[in-house]
Design a protein around this ligand. Structure first.
Ligand code: BGC
Length: 365
């Protein structure tokens, strides 16, 4: 019995020492640690956003834990949980699904960690301190205006055939992109100058917003967009009906549309197609005349603003904001900084993208 007790005692001591050793070895919580959660590595822009954020925060003296959530909500939630457990002092989050972070962000709030929503607003959480994005409504307006100009809707009799595609239903940005574009196009729909042969149109609701279920693309996925448009083209355009325009909310969905267009749509028959992000692959299509426009959102500027916000929060000063009216996340208005989006076409892309050092000429060849 005594021997058993002695063995147990010895084992207990070994475990205690090992546990103490672990504690001693664990790195002390970094008082400068910032967690940066990005949605996916699949799209070019988020890689740039992540790299820019890391570089700019590190240059300002912070340690950065940068994670990509593989477009999987549970993965992003657990990455944020780890950031909190590791003692981060601020969180910067581009949400995969704006509505799914309430529980984990309640933990952040409890721990006194400020949260900045990056590019996409995080909904229904009072833990969100600030929001930094581009003027998303203006992105949509620029897309709508491009279609308006290219089809000369103000003067031409029409009717013109148009189809619509937007992004993930869980991304609050689509409400601004799509509804902003429709603020320009809706009068032409009502006047019968724009018609949608597939009938797959977002419905205008009483409050002036649109129900976008039929035009949404889960995950902003290119292949999903392509399949939908292949079906639309074979069902509604195979008889020779001409597709004049596609309102696409971003480049990854526009890319799906362009992949679906067949040999009937080349040269002057290419529909007017919009996008946003100025992804390299899409810029190649734009230069080749397969896409009319994209919207340039300089991710360097957004990252610089968010780094400034983080720095101000860490130092107890006021973060930069320029909007206190537009973005209500369901718990109230979130003070925001809106960067400016710029329409990019074959006419100005060199100045916007190459002269500014965003891309090299070789990148776009
Ligand atoms: C961003 C767009 C991007 C899209 C898909 C949106 O929230 O604002 O720039 O194209 O997500 O990743």
């Amino acid at each position: 019995m005594k021997r058993i007790l002695a063995i147990l005692l010895a084992l207990a001591m070994v475990f205690t020492l090992a546990a103490c050793g672990e504690k001693e070895e664990a790195a002390p919580a970094d008082s400068n640690l910032v967690g940066v959660a990005m949605p996916t590595k699949d799209l070019q822009r988020w890689n740039q956003d992540g790299d820019n954020m890391k570089a700019q925060l590190e240059a300002a003296g912070y340690t950065v834990d940068l994670q990509y959530g593989a477009n999987d909500i549970a993965t992003q939630v657990s990455q944020i949980e780890n950031m909190i457990a590791n003692g981060c002092k601020a969180l910067v989050i581009a949400a995969i699904d704006g509505d799914s972070l309430g529980t984990v962000l309640a933990q952040a709030k409890e721990a006194g960690i400020p949260v900045i929503a990056y590019d996409r607003l995080i909904m229904n959480s009072d833990a969100v301190s600030y929001y930094a994005t581009f003027d998303n409504w203006l992105v949509g307006v620029k897309q709508g205006q491009f279609i308006e100009e290219k089809l000369d809707l103000a003067n031409a009799a029409g009717p013109f055939n148009i189809e619509f595609i937007t992004g993930d239903p869980g991304d609050n940005n689509i409400n601004f992109f799509f509804d902003g574009a429709m603020s320009v196009l809706q009068p032409y729909v009502e006047a019968g100058k724009l018609v949608c042969p597939s009938g797959q149109m977002a419905t205008l609701k009483e409050d002036g917003s649109y129900d976008k279920a039929v035009v949404a693309t889960p995950g902003w996925d290119t292949a999903t967009a392509q399949t939908r448009f292949e079906n639309i083209l074979s069902s509604y355009y195979a008889d020779g009906t001409v597709l004049d325009a596609v309102l696409a909310s971003n480049d990854s969905t526009a890319c799906g549309v362009e992949n679906a267009l067949d040999a009937n749509y080349t040269g002057t028959n290419v529909p007017v197609i919009t996008g946003q992000d100025c992804d390299i692959a899409i810029m190649k299509n734009l230069i080749a005349g397969k896409q009319g426009m994209s919207v340039f959102k300089d991710t360097r500027t957004l990252a610089a603003k968010v780094s400034e916000m983080v720095d101000a929060l860490m130092k107890g000063s006021e973060p930069p904001i320029n909007d206190t009216e537009t973005y209500d996340n369901g718990t109230g208005i979130i003070p925001s900084f809106l960067c400016e989006p710029v329409a990019c076409t074959s006419e100005n892309y060199k100045e916007l993208l190459i002269d500014s050092g965003y891309y090299t000429e070789a990148d776009l060849q």
